[in-house]
Design a protein. Structure first.
Ligand code: PLP
Length: 402
């Protein structure tokens, strides 16, 4: 049996993970794996990473007791791990800086990635700028039109945004396009994946770079409360912010863990949710074996969430394993639950959260009243919501004051 914390030597977590690649991508990914295996043992690499997290990202991020939110529900204390306060406003910068440092160490000139809503692209373009690397981001033409502010951000940061018009001009086509460039140009290029997904070593590597979140939270809660929390709650798209928080507590059986995925508009209709853990089955996607939402041919189905960062038909293989062995419970929050949680956090705590993170808030406020007032819940507030306010204003039918 593999451990809860680590993949086996072939990159498998239980039956999930591994490396499922076309032959021409095997050598480039093996090169990344070898370089990371070496870098993670090198104290100077880890020190450089830690220094960037402290001085550039602004870590440690606070662990904040949400007193007014807690009071609304009269149960366990709700603490928020404030990843929204990081430079660029979310947890993604943690692993983008790690990947960019590794690329530099490997002598690569350029970072390459696809992005859907643009959040990964912006974080990666930021990491490329601070480390003096080139950055090329592939984005479906439909997303380029929808996510104009993020396209501008990436360009301001010096990245080249490639608008992909092939196929449906969406994320899947952007992935294919970026992988095409990578295969042709890997001597110079590092492919930077945006979550704990993809072929080994990415699920382990991205988790390691995100583990700072859980390591800090563990120390912070012990200082504030003198003990470990009763429960952790995090939203799950690919699963990087959740793995980052969970990784420090996997071997503490007293700590319950909840991953929250989007039930969107409806769990009953294909394409109206992204509840991979709840409704998915085993398949192969983006170079890994994992749980995924798929049709009869094994093609990923359409997905939906009010939060574009959770709009993914697969999930990181370690999560699939943690579900199988029962260590983490995976639950859902709907678009409506999420919108209510968004408004609640704005008004009770003066924090405008990312819609992704609101899935975790929605579950935390369901859980809190089931625990005693001595209970402790830590929620990963994975990002800030500035990016979402135009959508929210529209959705809530808000108008300018008369
Ligand atoms: C991208 C994103 C997520 C989802 O990604 P994970 O890899 O599942 O963490 C969650 N929250 C925010 C704010 C994001 O930008």
């Amino acid at each position: 049996m593999t451990s809860l914390s680590h993949a086996d030597t072939d990159g498998f977590f239980g039956e999930y993970g591994g490396r499922f690649l076309p032959p021409h991508l095997e050598a480039p990914i093996a090169e990344v794996a070898a370089a990371y295996a070496e870098a993670r043992q090198d104290p100077s690499f880890m020190e450089e990473y830690a220094a960037l997290l402290a001085d550039y990202v602004g870590r440690p991020s606070p662990l904040f007791l949400a007193r007014r939110l807690t009071a609304e529900f009269g149960g366990a204390k709700i603490y928020l791990k404030r990843e929204d306060l990081n430079h660029t406003g979310a947890h993604k910068i943690n692993h983008c800086l790690g990947e960019a440092l590794l690329a530099k160490r490997m002598g690569k000139r350029k970072l390459l990635a696809e992005t859907g809503a643009g959040q990964h692209g912006v974080a990666l373009a930021t990491a490329a700028a601070i480390l003096g690397l080139e950055c090329e981001i592939h984005m479906g033409a439909i997303d380029v039109a929808k996510q104009h502010p993020n396209v501008v951000r990436m360009q301001l940061l010096g990245a080249t945004v490639v608008s992909v018009t092939d196929g449906g001009a969406c994320l899947k086509d952007a992935v294919d396009s970026a992988f095409g460039v990578f295969a042709a140009d890997y001597a110079d290029t590092f492919f930077a994946i945006g979550s704990v997904v993809g072929p080994d070593p990415y699920p382990s590597m991205v988790r390691d770079f995100q583990s700072i979140v859980g390591n800090e939270a563990r120390e912070q809660i012990q200082l504030k409360e003198g003990r470990l929390p009763d429960a952790l709650v995090a939203c799950v798209g690919g699963g990087s912010n959740a793995m980052g928080l969970f990784s420090a507590f996997l071997n503490d059986p007293s700590v319950a863990m909840y991953g929250v995925e989007p039930s969107g508009k409806s769990l009953d209709v294909v394409g109206e949710h992204a509840a991979t853990m709840t409704l998915g089955s085993t398949g192969t996607l983006h170079g890994m074996k994992t749980l995924m939402l798929q049709d009869h041919e094994g093609e990923p189905t359409a997905v939906h969430s009010i939060a574009s960062g959770l709009d993914y038909p697969g999930v990181g293989p370690q999560h699939a394993h943690l579900k199988d062995v029962g260590r983490v419970q995976y639950v859902t929050a709907s678009d409506a639950d999420t919108l209510a949680a968004f408004q609640l956090l704005c008004r009770t705590e003066g924090i405008i959260p990312a819609l992704e993170s609101c899935h975790a808030i929605a579950h935390a406020v369901r859980l809190a009243p089931t625990l005693s007032t001595d209970g402790i819940i830590v929620v990963n507030l994975s990002g800030r919501g500035d990016k979402d306010i135009d959508y929210i204003a529209d959705r809530l039918g808000m108008s300018a004051p008369a």
